[in-house]
Design a protein around this ligand. Structure first.
Ligand code: RB5
Length: 146
């Protein structure tokens, strides 16, 4: 059973809740850190909260949401140990895991995706990191933190 932490700013509450419901149909354990209202919050705070929770351990990955998926991904990628990929179709969802071994993905509640978000998440969840040459490249990404 996969354990997933999810969190959103005010720009994607409905999408977060839709994704949470979807993940539960896939027998995932979902830790939903909110938010759950339209009251404005700052997405860097949400990214930090989710990353802190993820780094406690036991999670397979996390999903972050904001209006576009951009700001929250930018913030998450400033946090040590986090590799957050903005995914927008099945190909990027697959590659985020297969090549980049992302431990977070980011999505936008105000984005009109051509592919259902749940399909993208399903693809990400069911893809494995290919390792090999990608392991070296991901290690180089992480070395940039130093
Ligand atoms: C909030 O209004 C909005 O800026 C935020 O959700 C996100 O889209 C930022 O990247």
């Amino acid at each position: 059973m996969k354990k997933i932490v999810i969190a959103s700013d005010h720009g994607a509450v409905d999408l977060k809740n839709e994704v949470s419901a979807f993940l539960k149909t896939k027998n995932c354990t979902v830790n939903d850190l909110g938010v759950n209202s339209a009251d404005a919050v700052d997405y860097p705070d949400i990214a930090a909260r989710a990353a802190e929770e993820f780094k406690k351990g036991g999670y397979d990955f996390g999903i972050l949401f904001c209006g576009t998926g951009i700001g929250i991904a930018m913030a998450a990628n400033k946090i040590t140990g986090i590799r957050c990929a903005q995914v927008y179709d099945l190909f990027t969802a697959e590659m985020a895991r297969a090549h980049n071994n992302a431990n977070f993905i980011a999505l936008g509640g105000r984005v009109k995706y051509c592919t259902p978000v749940t399909d993208m998440i399903d693809k990400f969840m069911n893809t494995v990191f290919e390792k090999g040459r990608h392991e070296r490249r991901v290690a180089k990404i992480m070395a940039l933190e130093e």
